[in-house]
Ligand binder design. Structure first.
Ligand SMILES: Nc1ncnc2c1ncn2[C@@H]1O[C@H](COP(=O)(O)OP(=O)(O)OP(=O)(O)O)[C@@H](O)[C@H]1O
Ligand SMILES: [Mg+2]
Length: 229
């Protein structure tokens, strides 16, 4: 198992635990508060009612936070509905959360093909790269607009992510005083681990562009390919 597969497995485990253990507990606490509120409404103390309303708001913030974490850890849509559906959800949430305008252009299937699924490792890799690159746009770039293009061309998947943000000097990251982050490094290593290529170009004031290619493996091809131990 590669380091990335181990990390993904661990993410799945944590997301399963959050979903199964914390979710029902919060739901039960919410239900209790509701019952208390109903009883108090029939002639109860207004201060207590206020406290209950505040607790309900806190609980609903916790539920929203956990939903967002679950999505980051293991977007269920990716597993069940595939890359295109998961990206559509992600794009909508990202716009709402960050206010950054997005343009996703996804063309994995030619007009003559029946749209299907990529193999699961490719779907996870592409989703994670887009997720991390867009997190960087929101955290570092001060971008107003980000473009994502994903297409399959002659058996090669090409992914280009371009923002109109502040840009940076890539060489300065490795040589900088602060320890470099893991996001870009992981993107490169994940891509190269499947025989793909990764390139990044950026300069101050000119935004940042990431371009990766990986071999295009469809789901049925992955099934019939010889299994590696
Ligand atoms: N789109 C971008 N626009 C401007 N600067 C960027 C962009 N992407 C990356 N950077 C710069 O490159 C650095 C390294 O990015 P990387 O994703 O590897 O790490 P990080 O985001 O700082 O931390 P981590 O991803 O590990 O949480 C960032 O700290 C930032 O200075
Ligand atoms: Mg990052």
């Amino acid at each position: 198992m590669t380091a990335f597969e181990i990390a993904d497995k661990e993410r799945r485990r944590i997301s399963g635990e959050l979903h199964d253990r914390v979710g029902p507990t919060l739901a039960a606490a919410g239900l209790n508060l509701h019952v208390i509120q109903e009883r108090l409404l029939a002639g109860g103390d207004p201060e207590l009612l206020q406290l209950i309303a505040e607790s309900q708001a806190l609980l609903s913030q916790a539920v929203t936070g956990i939903r967002e974490m679950l999505d980051e850890l293991r977007p269920a849509r990716l597993e069940y509905a595939g890359l295109e559906a998961a990206l559509a959800d992600f794009e909508r949430q990202y716009r709402r959360r960050t206010g950054i305008a997005t343009r996703f252009e996804i063309a994995l299937w030619t007009s003559g093909e029946i749209p299907g699924r990529l193999d699961s490792a490719s779907e996870v890799l592409l989703f994670r790269v887009i997720q991390e690159a867009l997190a960087n746009c929101a955290r570092h770039a001060k971008a107003r607009h980000v473009d994502v293009e994903l297409r399959c061309n002659l058996g090669i998947i090409e992914l280009r992510i371009k923002d109109d943000g502040v840009g940076f000097i890539p060489e300065a990251i490795a040589a900088g005083e602060n320890p470099p982050g893991l996001g870009l490094l992981e993107m490169r290593e994940r891509t190269e681990a499947v025989g793909g290529s990764f390139s990044l170009s950026s300069s101050p004031g000119r935004g940042t562009q990431i371009f990766i290619t990986i071999p295009c493996v469809r789901a049925h091809e992955a099934l019939s390919a010889p299994q590696t131990p």
